[in-house]
Ligand binder design. Structure first.
Ligand SMILES: Nc1ncnc2c1ncn2[C@@H]1O[C@H](COP(=O)(O)OP(=O)(O)OP(=O)(O)O)[C@@H](O)[C@H]1O
Ligand SMILES: [Mg+2]
Length: 167
């Protein structure tokens, strides 16, 4: 497990960049957490660090944005608006997950049990800065985020170990 307090935007970006440095396809990374927690922010930093230039759109009704990079493809999914399981069959998404690709998925829980198991599960939550005594929190400051990255495969575990070794 990799757990950090992310005080600002910058800290979120830095986790996305570190993951991009370590990521090799095939890899599945699922991101959970409430609206505005920073899932897209992290994915954007990941894609930038992978060399994606220009505007990085958030997947909306199309549910997926593909990026064909030099060595492999990266698919950014957002299943927030995914309600119809028939859509899964019709969309061909299953094939995306079987490709030699990196799949980054926001709102995986909305796709029910359709998705294959992740290598990494990332959980982002709103959190106020922990006080040095570990009890009260300073609610006059705006919230940062807490990130938890869990490995669900050997490959994921290697990535988590590498992240933890970095600092
Ligand atoms: N560590 C942080 N501390 C404070 N603010 C942050 C931090 N990381 C990101 N943010 C801000 O939080 C917001 C995150 O928005 P983002 O669109 O990434 O959320 P999301 O989790 O993708 O939401 P949605 O479920 O709607 O897709 C942005 O405004 C970003 O600047
Ligand atoms: Mg988002």
């Amino acid at each position: 497990m990799y757990i950090r307090y992310l005080p600002d935007d910058h800290a979120t970006h830095s986790v996305g960049e570190k993951l991009a440095q370590l990521a090799v396809a095939p890899l599945r990374i699922y991101l959970s957490g409430p609206l505005g927690a920073g899932k897209t922010a992290l994915v954007r930093a990941f894609l930038r660090a992978m060399g994606v230039q220009g505007a990085i759109k958030s997947p909306s009704y199309a549910l997926v944005e593909p990026y064909n990079l030099s060595n492999f493809s990266v698919y950014h999914f957002d299943f927030y608006r995914f309600f119809d399981q028939n859509e899964w069959e019709e969309s061909g998404f299953r094939d995306y997950f079987e490709e030699n690709a990196v799949c980054l998925v926001e709102w995986p829980e909305k796709a029910g049990g359709l998705l294959p198991t992740a290598d990494l599960e990332i959980e982002l939550a709103y959190q106020f800065e922990p006080s040095p005594r570990g009890d009260s929190v300073n609610r006059t400051e705006s919230a940062g985020r807490r990130i938890e990255i869990r490995a669900l495969s050997d490959k994921g575990q290697t990535l988590v170990d590498q992240l933890n070794e970095q600092q």
